[in-house]
Write a protein that binds this ligand. Structure first.
Ligand code: AMP
Ligand code: TRP
Length: 333
């Protein structure tokens, strides 16, 4: 029996080079070994104010970005969260098991509440319960997430405990976080001490995988570098150059010390020119495939539909078992 992996990405911004290197590139290596579910967390996106036409376009674009990066829709089950109504339904049951105090501790809630002072809605508060439902519906064994989501995953594990004690032990599989081992962390281009993030307000900090090539080139050339002139990997004293070397190394397959030798005696500018070329070369086919897919939304609708059908088979069974365990009367089929 293959183990089940599940992960999702909130539909905000566009996927970045960081998502590509830190997540999706690794997912591709898992697709043969595991049962993989990957979804777009569109319901999660609603916890902050969205412009409806932009959101709709972005959901299609995200789906196309997943495919363009090489996730195979046959080998993986790729779906949109809101297409499976069981997510919202299971969330209700789990919400009724989750103490307010546990949610109050979530650092992401505190951060977001500070950032969106005018829109501290209840959804922002219960967001981690929806995330737990996402995971538990599919009985996932492993959940690849970034460090920032570790606390939400711990809460999900707590919720499994509440359900075990309140209703039925063992109904849910206990999920584990899968935090990439060597998973390179790509840092912001202007501030290389923080992570490159798709929700960064400063557009110069990240490279979106579907950015215009001219923009990518400009962003790399204006990336913050460090004092000194040597091209050497030293995260502490040379975070900027180290970040560029990391990106170079992952995309070229050359190891860092090999690059240091190649660039000995050269200037930062040389590295940036070569790196820009490499990134453009890597992302060109990705953007082309994305743009092509976006010309045919009907085709994307079809893929979304078949992904949702496959995902729902699993989700429906879990929700059925949960309703049964909670004492609700099941409607005759
Ligand atoms: P997010 O963009 O925060 O929704 O993250 C989605 C996935 O991409 C998670 O598995 C993250 O660990 C990964 N990821 C996001 N940003 C980076 C980054 N800058 N470097 C490496 N991995 C990243
Ligand atoms: N909250 C996650 C993030 O912002 C996205 C997400 C939603 C997710 N549901 C999930 C990730 C379930 C893993 C499993 O990055």
């Amino acid at each position: 029996m293959k183990k089940t992996i599940l992960s999702g990405s909130t539909v905000t911004g566009n996927l970045t080079l960081g998502n590509y290197i830190g997540a999706i590139n690794n997912w591709k290596q898992l697709q043969d070994e595991y049962n993989c579910y990957y979804f777009l967390a569109d319901l999660h996106a609603l916890t902050v104010q969205q412009d409806p036409p932009t959101l709709k376009q972005r959901i299609y674009s995200f789906y196309a970005q997943y495919l363009a990066l090489g996730l195979d829709p046959q080998k993986n089950i790729i779906f949109v969260q809101s297409h499976i109504h069981e997510h919202a339904e299971l969330t209700w049951i789990l919400t009724c098991l989750t103490p307010m105090g546990y949610l109050n501790r979530m650092t992401q809630f505190k951060e977001k509440a500070e950032k969106h002072v005018k829109n501290i809605n209840a959804g922002l508060f219960t967001y981690p319960v929806l995330m737990a439902a996402d995971i538990l519906l599919y009985q996932a064994d492993l959940v690849p997430v970034g460090e920032d989501q570790r606390q939400h995953l711990e809460l999900c594990r707590d919720i499994v405990g509440f359900f075990d004690r309140g209703y039925k032990k063992g109904l849910f599989k206990m999920p584990e976080a899968h935090i990439g081992k060597t998973g390179a962390r790509i840092m912001s281009l202007q501030d290389p001490t923080k992570k490159m993030s798709k929700s960064d307000e400063n557009d110069k900090n990240f490279i979106s995988i579907i950015d215009d090539p001219k923009k990518i080139e400009k962003k790399i050339k204006s990336a913050a570098t460090d004092s000194g002139t040597d091209i050497q990997f030293d995260e502490e004293n040379k975070p900027g150059i180290s970040n560029l070397l990391t990106i170079y190394s992952v995309l070229s397959g050359k190891n860092i010390s090999q690059l240091e030798t190649e660039y000995a005696g050269k200037m930062y500018g040389h590295l940036k020119v070569d790196l820009a070329e490499l990134v453009l070369e890597t992302l060109k086919p990705v953007k082309e495939k994305h743009d092509d897919l976006m010309k045919n939304l009907d085709y994307l609708d079809d893929l979304m539909k078949s992904g949702a059908e496959r995902a729902q088979l699993r989700a429906r069974k879990t929700l059925h078992d949960v309703y049964e365990a909670t004492g609700l009367v099941l409607r005759k089929p």
